[in-house]
Design a protein around this ligand. Sequence first.
Ligand code: ADP
Ligand code: ASP
Ligand code: MG
Length: 410
Amino acid sequence: MALVVQKYGGTSMGTVERIRNVAKRVAKTYDAGNDMIVVVSAMSGETNKLVAFANDMCEFPDNREYDVLVASGEQVSIALLAMCLKSMGYKAKSYHGWQVPIVTDSVFSKARIEKIDDKKVRADLKDGTIIIVAGFQGVDKEGNVTTLGRGGSDTSAVAMAAGLKADVCEIYTDVDGVYTTDPNICQDARKIDKVSYDEMLELASLGAKVLQIRSVEFAKKFNVDIHVRSSFNDNPGTMVTKEDKDMETVLVSGIAYDKNEAKIAVMHVPDKPGIAAKLLSPLSDANISVDMIVQNVSEAGMTDFTFTVTKADFKKALAITKESAKEVNARDVVTDENITKVSIVGVGMRSHAGVATTMFETLAREGINIQMISTSEIKISVVVDNKYTELAVRVLHDAFGLAGKSAAME
Ligand code: ADP
Ligand code: ASP
Ligand code: MG
């Protein structure tokens, strides 16, 4: 008998009919003799609706109450799935994050899981009960409800698998696995059979929302193999696992894009030690992560300092930056929300030269201007005008020979 963790995302749980379909899949795995923990997301669109309510209610919603609100979407899903399984004659029980408990730190809306207490869940499993856990949510040491960041149910699932030493961790979604790029914007995208933790970490952090980045961090740390697959068919999906020798022969494994960032430029600041810290420390104090950073060559001792943050943090980051800009006597703060970060990722890049040149030449040929660049050992990212997103992804996908035979949307 194996312990299987399955996670079903928003689209898979999108309607009552689809939840019934999920229940049937869960029942089938259970009937095959497995213990089961099922982690579910809110029905698709529900979390967006809750976020919109909060933003309509006030300009800067209170952090604690924001999490109480957005965590509620998953509550609907766990109850409906447990109800359905019970009506089919199975023992099932829904769990909020706090009922498990999944203990996190207190950073509301981007909390990190610190500990999972498995006592209650183990006792229920022993009794043959199917455990249905609300994804995306936890509880801090003071008993406050916390959430793990958008897409966080993936992390709940991998953390449960790691914490309870599950034999299998399956992430069921609306595509057949991890593709060379988003199959919903590139018809030629090809399913990858196996991808290393490090490549998946980069793809996830660069916008391939098929897995939340923290879920991959957990998987790597605790050696959990993740099987990403579709909830609408039985096709084998993608294994996210340890790197092996074959993976290095591929130059670029995938292309990711992220429309979820915005650019803030602080214009005409003195080019002297301490300025970057003065501008960025107040942001990190407010738990806002800055992604790409560019500082121009200085002219007459003055320079421009540009960085990106997520759109969710943008309003807050701008208000903070306007204050810091005054303190450093900047001339102006300029913003651009119409940007996309496009990235190429591959462990093969470590041992092959010329990848950046191919990327830049390919974009230049299409007249796509590169606004910012950042690189790591296994990725190159550029910021471009968001009207070029699809075009940039497609031409890079072609340039690195990623197109394959298997149709992405079959
Ligand atoms: P879920 O609701 O199941 O968690 P998500 O919407 O979070 O699903 O993630 C699945 C989506 O990720 C797909 O529908 C696809 O559009 C998108 N996606 C982006 N990049 C990739 C990629 N490289 N491979 C597969 N899917 C991707
Ligand atoms: N419902 C949450 C979201 O939409 C968590 C998730 O789906 O993973 O971000
Ligand atoms: Mg998701």
